[in-house]
Design a protein around this ligand. Structure first.
Ligand code: PEP
Ligand code: MG
Length: 600
């Protein structure tokens, strides 16, 4: 039966494929494809783990004390029976052999199928056996994680796609929630689209999905309950619709749209070498937001003239508690700097906490179990200043990379002048340490992110201590409007057009200019063409965004008259409905024809 689910669109385009359901709490299970030659060994891994667990359960049963309740003995019997049942291992083998899933992925996929069958059972006793099945699978997953073969094979994973081993259908990931750390794991992986039940437009999971440039819908509430393993699904990332088991006519319509958007993309890609200059000759800097050095080539391909935001915290994720040391960080920063071939690279110091925990906690786990108010807690610079030796280690690594190209350092979530003082003290000490140890480094410009309204409101004071600022609109909106950016329940109130937000952004840009300091915007607004005219009108000349968004933003600014836009800004800022006013006024400051743009 065909049906639709609606959520929040976070990454544009259309994806069509089969659903891969990943149960919440099991997203941290490794997901990768096994190469053709490794399938047999992977099946052996699974069977070995099953035998290990069977042995554990038999031993437990044998060693039960005489007076242990009879139910316990019977329970272990049920677990053994479930473990040996062909519907578990036999079908799991099928996922490995037919789909080339790794054993953990195959097992959790099969658990998902069986769990639903249990949910639908009439008999209450049988329905409750689902919990037993989950416990058995948990044991097998644990046995698999103790298997040293897992670590080596997972490296095969990332670059292999379904098509590499003959798989036909694109795969779309469906989950209740995905932690940003897990999204990173999927970054160069197999999925052509994402659907999650929870999350907001600028949650970090959404941001990573956008950086992967694949269609995604978050906050789709019941999606992971309604969609079944292997269902055919269409993700309409433009409007946030998910169509499950579409009719042939609908499927054909979306295949047509998919082809259209590929053509549009190819057309925009031709703007790569076109200088980013407005109609009235204002030069605009288009920079890239990256998460890993491996993203740098995409930035260059898109025509970025530097990196405006390297979210370094992603280097710190998925490390099982072992954070990268100075040398490892230095290598990563140097790799990014060298890949950008002399263009500036802005490295943001680690911004963990809130919805970016270092381990694989999902947003819902964080919210419900661990920290009451993560977004207001020990995150970003607060965390760094609470871990001074780790902070200095990162600063040393960043400075050392400056010997290889133009590096700028950016500190997130600063709200107090005392924090700036401590940052400068740490920097002075780090420079001295590097000089003493004979490490080379160059001049590094120091900037802060304007993400907390307090920082925006006292900007003239802050500006005295920094070389530049970068406005993090994602957090600035969250903190100005008191809306958790990751919470789909209040997503409708997360409003970039809110007059208070616009005032803070406009004021920050003009105060930075007045102080002769650099200013850019690196939040999601910078890459959204709906805001290009507005930000140009505010005087912004440096935008930082996902590489995939650069061509569309460039097209927009090539058609804009910046001085006319600026003259209309006061009316927009004074309006009760700035979005509508901007739409009405700004269209006149745009060139109606753009045919000439494609001559390049
Ligand atoms: C922001 O807050 O706008 C920003 C760019 O930082 P992040 O999205 O990583 O919090
Ligand atoms: Mg931020």
């Amino acid at each position: 039966m065909s049906f639709q689910v609606f959520g929040i669109p976070v990454s544009r385009g259309v994806a069509i494929g089969r659903a891969v359901l990943v149960a919440s709490g099991r997203v941290d299970v490794a997901h990768y494809f096994i190469e053709v030659g490794g399938v047999e060994a992977e099946v052996d891994r699974l069977l070995h783990a099953r035998d290990v667990v069977a042995h554990e359960l038999e031993t437990l049963q044998r060693e039960l004390p005489e007076d242990a309740p009879q139910e316990l003995w019977a329970l272990l019997d049920v677990h053994l029976m479930l473990l040996r049942d062909e519907t578990l291992t036999g079908a799991t083998k099928h996922w490995i052999i037919e789909r080339h899933y790794n054993a953990e992925w195959a097992l959790s996929a099969q658990l998902e199928v069986l769990a639903r069958q249990f949910d639908e059972m009439e008999d209450e006793y049988l329905r409750e056996r689902k919990a037993d099945l989950e416990q058995v699978v948990e044991r097998v997953l644990r046995a698999l994680s103790r298997d040293p073969a897992a670590a080596t094979s997972s490296h095969v994973a990332a670059d292999v796609t379904a098509r590499d081993f003959g798989g036909e259908d694109p795969l779309l990931l469906v989950a209740a929630d995905i932690a940003p750390a897990d999204m990173m794991q999927f970054k160069r992986s197999v999925f052509h689209g994402f659907i999650t039940d929870i999350g907001g437009k600028t949650s970090h999971t959404a941001i990573v999905a956008r950086s992967m440039d694949i269609p995604a819908v978050v906050g789709a509430r019941e999606a992971s309950r309604l969609i079944r393993q292997d269902d055919w699904v269409i993700i309409d990332g433009d409007v946030g619709a998910v169509i499950v088991n579409p009719s042939p006519i609908v499927l054909e319509e979306y295949r047509f749209r998919q082809r259209q958007s590929e053509l549009e993309r190819a057309r925009l890609a031709r703007l790569r070498h076109t200088p980013a200059v407005t109609l009235d000759s204002e030069r605009v800097e288009l920079l890239a937001n990256i998460e890993l050095p491996a993203d740098a080539p995409a930035a260059l391909m898109a025509g970025a003239t530097g990196v405006g935001l390297f979210r370094s915290e992603f280097l710190f994720m998925n490390r099982d508690g072992e954070l990268p040391g100075e040398d490892e960080q230095f290598e990563a920063y140097r790799a990014a700097v060298e890949a950008m071939k002399g263009m500036p690279v802005t490295i943001r110091t680690v911004d963990v906490g809130a919805d970016k925990p270092l381990d694989r906690m999902s947003t819902s786990e964080l919210r419900h179990e661990h920290v009451l108010n993560p977004a207001l807690g020990l995150r970003a610079i607060r965390w760094c200043l609470a871990e001074p030796s780790m902070f200095r280690q990162q600063l040393r690594a960043i400075y050392r990379a400056s010997a290889y190209g133009k590096v700028r350092l950016l500190v997130p979530m600063v709200a107090h002048l005392s924090e700036l003082r401590m940052i400068h003290e740490a920097l002075t000490r780090v420079r001295q340490q590097l000089t003493d140890s004979g490490h080379a480094f160059s001049h590094v410009e120091i900037g802060v992110m304007i993400e907390v309204p307090a920082a925006a409101m006292m900007l003239p004071l802050m500006l005295k201590h920094v070389d530049f600022i970068s406005i993090g609109t994602n957090d600035l909106i969250q903190y100005t409007l008191a809306i958790d950016r990751a919470d789909e329940a209040v997503a409708h109130l997360y409003d970039a057009w809110h007059p208070a937000v616009l005032q803070l952004i406009a004021q920050s840009i003009s105060q930075a200019h007045a102080a002769g300091k650099g200013v850019s915007v690196c939040g999601e607004m910078a890459g959204d063409v709906a805001f290009t005219d507005l930000l140009l009108a505010m005087g912004l000349r440096s935008f930082s965004m996902h590489p995939s968004q650069i061509p569309a933003v460039k097209q927009r600014l090539l058609r804009a008259d910046a001085s006319r836009l600026a003259s209309q800004l006061p009316e927009v800022l004074a309006s009760e409905d700035p979005q509508q006013t901007a739409q009405a006024l700004f269209s006149s400051a745009r060139s109606p024809t753009a045919a000439s743009l494609y001559k390049h």
